[in-house]
Write a protein that binds this ligand. Structure first.
Ligand code: ZN
Length: 301
């Protein structure tokens, strides 16, 4: 395919509109915003409590303006739940309600059903009692006492119904507001087997199935790699080299970022200027995914 770059900004902070949008307009280059439906129109209170980072979010009117300007609205979950598993870090006896885990992100939403798989093939159901207050918290608080002991090293993941709600519910909520959503960015870039199954029946493309960003001869829009655009992840020299490689190898590059942290207007302008100078097309994930499919079909014939 023609050398192409897609920008997907996550989480829907207002900075997408205030800082990054004017830069894209200046270069006449569209981008994608991946929004968390429960955060739309939110003021700092809720996200600050949930993710420890205060920010105000985009609302529907911003999204409409983006779409009118050729941008794409992607889903990024209903409540930014991690869609893979974590692991217990210590044994827990039956009757306990606190589950020590590597990261307690699965405790984001009270009432969510968890599935705990023990190494001895046992399966335990539990539900979240209190939402996780801090992203570095390392224990989940359960609503009911465990009915059986859980050894260290057991996997903890969401029940299928929760994964389905997080992914399909986000599309449903955005479609109901009149946005035609065909792409998703996975919360925390985490992808598990259940999420893969739900995504493949719900979305045409995934922005961040893996890290890396450079997709050469991509065949499946559900398995694309994305590179974080922040200077903390990519130096100026590395960005230049990366973009040259996109052109040399006729690759599809995906950039991701948080416009409220590390990815500022100057950095976005650097990337867009490189794309312009190197003749790299800037488009939406929807358009790029359609090209990926068309190229894959041609290669088959
Ligand atoms: Zn996110």
């Amino acid at each position: 395919m023609d050398p192409t770059v897609v920008f997907v900004y996550d989480d829907g902070p207002l900075a997408d509109y205030e800082d990054v949008y004017p830069v894209h307009r200046r270069f006449d280059a569209p981008a994608c915003v991946a929004v968390v439906t429960e955060w739309l129109g939110e003021t700092p209170r809720l996200p600050a409590r949930l993710v420890g980072r205060g920010t105000t979010h985009l609302d529907e009117s911003h999204l409409r303006e983006f779409v009118a300007d050729g941008w794409e609205v992607c889903a990024h979950g209903v409540a930014h739940r991690p869609l893979d598993a974590t692991r217990t870090t210590a044994p827990v006896p039956a009757g306990d309600r606190v589950l020590p885990v590597e990261t307690a992100l699965h405790g984001r939403v009270a009432g969510d059903t968890l599935r705990i798989d023990t190494p001895a093939d046992g399966e335990v159901r539990a539900s979240v009692a209190r939402p996780t207050r801090h992203p570095r918290q390392t224990a989940l608080v359960l609503r009911d006492p465990l009915t059986q002991p859980v050894p260290a090293g057991s996997t903890v993941r969401y029940a299928k119904s929760v994964v389905r709600e997080e992914l399909a519910g986000a599309k449903r909520a955005l479609d109901a507001r009149g946005f035609d959503v065909t792409s998703v960015a996975l919360p925390y870039s985490r992808y598990g087997p259940t999420a893969r199954a739900v995504v493949s029946e719900t979305y045409d493309a995934v922005a961040n199935a893996a890290v890396g960003g450079l997709n050469t001869n991509p065949e499946n829009p559900h398995e694309l790699r994305r590179q974080y655009l922040g200077r903390d992840a990519l130096s100026d020299a590395q960005l230049e080299r990366f973009m040259e490689t996109v052109r040399e190898r006729d690759a599809l590059a995906l950039f991701g970022g948080h416009s409220h942290a590390h990815v500022d207007a100057a950095r976005v302008a650097d990337a867009l200027r490189l794309a312009e100078n190197l003749g790299i097309r800037v488009t939406t994930l929807r358009d790029a995914a359609a090209d990926v499919r068309a190229c894959a079909r041609e290669n088959e014939e």
